[in-house]
Design a protein around this ligand. Structure first.
Ligand code: MN
Length: 626
């Protein structure tokens, strides 16, 4: 087990040695924060048994190394007091100012989200990064608001992942998985490559215990060899680059494990050993590359110039795969101190340098960071999701991504159309809320449904998503559908009979519908065609031409003569003209049928008329008096 300090010393012992870059008034400010936070955590212990305050202090020290910014240091010291010590954000604001309070508030909010996720049992699957995990990362970033919040959170995670062994067994696996699948990718995407690897390596044994022990068995010998090899290479390089910083490392466990999964053979992995040289300037980077290629033969196509073409997360370096002693292939990375800092501290360091070492980044700059983060395709989206998206939870803990200003009704439609249509009310964070309320990131939303609820056209006035709008419109269109269908059928049938064509009946409906689906018309069935005719969105003749391609569209003179009859409803339409049969002379008390004659005229017979026995059954249609 790792050796750990048991208790926290005084400010002078524990923090002063790290504050050489700060001015006197800043040191005084940090001291007052230190005293306050230490006292608030007094008596609290970590799972390891050490004083709780060791934890925020550790994070503050790590952050100071990279960013001498008194607000971020203060916020790191205070990051757990709201959650664990019943200190309010407004008290922090009063004592230490708005900016520190805002950072602490951001970290606290993220911590609450994490707890919610655990309580609600978010499951991780090692074999795929689900869209839920992706949403979760976005949610955390959106919640953070300020990239410094994210950085504090990542260093918080780092320290907690270093002390995973002390966590209760039941929590270890979840915490480790969450670290690998949510926080490590976040660190990588903002360019904090070193933190990313550390988060992964610390969590690997707890997240995937079986894979880890199998991996360690396979790799142990190789790792010892690698370390000896690294020493040998560094010795050679020191002779050629006196005064330069040269580091070597055996490849991190977790990424190596993943590479093995992908490529299977160790021989194909060139960065089992990684050597890094830090030289003062960009010019010297290229110069050093040339020198190295004189010492070790480069692999053709083994050079990658991340200086000319930085990675998305602003990482820069020259990489070259070379053939070293004993024919071992390995990777050399060449970079300047600034590039090195960026590799460790990511986008924030990039910004820090761009702003010529300004001390405090300030709120305005923080906003610009956020914009860079959000617009830099870092999360796979060109859009700035910080400003146009929100992330809310279902009561089961599923994360739902919605546009800004979305309402519970949008949420309901997103879950299921039927839930949207029967949405009666909502609970937002357990309080009754109107279905038109504006949701915020982090809200837990529950829909109250009532099967008797009918959608209202007013809904179109406040829903935000096109999906919900379309579903509401569809609903109202469908309400009218039966009416339009019968109007359409009547229009088409009347026209067909004028042309002496067989009208659409139950019996030929399917066959005619197939003709529509094979046609060039932009819909697939006769019913839709008839509804559209009924709505006057398409013409009856367009449909008829498809139903009877080769017909002779000349009007039937005899049908024209029949007028003034309209009190029989036929299955093929309500207003279709007919004549009464001479044989049986049906009256309006008789049960009747209609018969479509060869001239496409409907004659109405009594249902029990003896003549009907001779009829072609496919041309008999139902009808009744109205
Ligand atoms: Mn913490």
């Amino acid at each position: 087990m790792k050796k750990i300090d048991q208790s926290v010393g005084s400010f002078n012992d524990s923090l002063i040695p790290f504050l050489s870059d700060f001015e006197v008034n800043e040191i005084q400010f940090i001291e007052s924060v230190f005293d306050f936070a230490k006292e608030k955590h007094f008596g609290q212990k970590r799972f390891s048994g050490e004083d709780y305050f060791i934890h925020p202090l550790n994070i503050a020290k790590e952050l100071i190394k990279h960013q001498p910014d008194k607000e971020i240091v203060a916020a790191a010291l205070l990051h757990d007091v709201v959650e664990d010590c019943e200190v309010s954000v407004s008290e922090i604001e009063k004592k230490f100012g708005h900016e520190v309070a805002k950072l602490v508030d951001g970290v606290t909010k993220i911590s609450l989200i994490e707890m919610k996720e655990k309580a609600l049992g978010l499951e991780f699957d090692k074999n795929h990064i689900s869209s839920q995990i992706d949403s979760y990362r976005k949610l955390l970033t959106a919640m953070a608001g300020d990239p410094r919040v994210l950085i504090i959170k990542l260093y918080d995670r780092l320290h907690n992942s270093q002390t995973l062994e002390w966590l209760p067994k039941s929590k270890q696996k979840f915490y480790a998985l969450e670290t690998i699948q949510v926080f490590a990718p976040l660190a990588e995407r903002i360019g904090m490559s070193t933190i990313k690897s550390e988060l992964e390596d610390n969590s690997f044994p707890y997240a995937f215990p079986e894979e880890y022990s199998a991996f360690i068995k396979n790799i142990t010998v190789a790792k010892e060899d690698r370390e000896k090899y690294i020493i040998k290479i560094i010795k050679i390089l020191k002779n050629h680059f006196p005064g330069s910083e040269i580091y070597g490392r055996a490849k991190h466990n977790f990424s190596l494990y993943n590479k093995l999964l992908e490529k299977e053979s160790l021989e194909n992995i060139f960065d089992l050993v990684a050597i890094r040289i830090i030289v003062p300037t960009v010019e010297k980077c290229y110069h050093a590359l040339g020198q190295i290629h004189e010492i070790f033969a480069p692999l053709p196509e083994g050079v990658t110039d991340y200086i000319a073409k930085p990675r998305e997360n602003v990482y820069q370096s020259l990489h070259s795969i070379v053939i070293g002693p004993d024919n071992v292939k390995f990777e050399i990375q060449i970079r300047t101190p600034r590039m090195h800092k960026i590799a460790e501290f990511g986008i924030t360091a990039h910004w820090y340098y761009k702003e010529k070492k300004i001390r405090s980044t300030g709120e305005k700059d923080a906003k610009r960071w956020i914009e860079e983060l959000g617009s830099g395709d870092i999360f796979g989206s060109k859009k700035n999701f910080f400003s146009d998206k929100i992330f809310v939870f279902t009561p089961q803990g599923k994360i739902i991504e919605l546009p800004k200003n979305a309402t519970p009704l949008d949420f309901a439609f997103h879950i299921h159309s039927q839930l949207g249509l029967s949405c009666y009310g909502s609970k937002i964070n357990n309080k009754i809320g109107h279905i038109s309320a504006k949701l915020k990131t982090g809200d837990i939303v529950e829909i109250i449904k009532n099967e008797r609820t009918k959608p209202s056209l007013d809904w179109l006035g406040f829903v935000k998503t096109n999906f919900a709008k379309n579903k509401i419109r569809d609903y109202f269109n469908n309400l009218e559908r039966p009416k339009h269908l019968s109007i359409g059928q009547e229009i088409v049938n009347t026209q067909l009979m004028k042309f002496e064509l067989l009208p659409i009946t139950e019996k030929n409906f399917k066959q005619l519908s197939d003709k529509i689906s094979r046609s060039k018309l932009p819909f697939n069935d006769l019913e839709t065609a008839l509804v559209l005719v009924g709505k006057k969105e398409i013409s009856k003749n367009d449909v008829i031409k498809v139903l009877y391609e080769n017909a002779n569209f000349s009007e039937n003179k005899e049908a024209k003569k029949i007028t003034g009859v309209g009190n029989v409803n036929f299955e093929i339409g309500n207003g279709i003209t007919y004549r009464l049969a001479n044989c049986c002379k049906p009256k309006n008390i008789d049960k009747i049928i209609g018969y479509i004659t060869l001239q496409k005229i409907i004659t109405v017979h009594k249902a029990n008329c003896p003549e009907t026995k001779k009829f072609d059954k496919s041309r008999i249609i139902n009808g009744n008096w109205c």
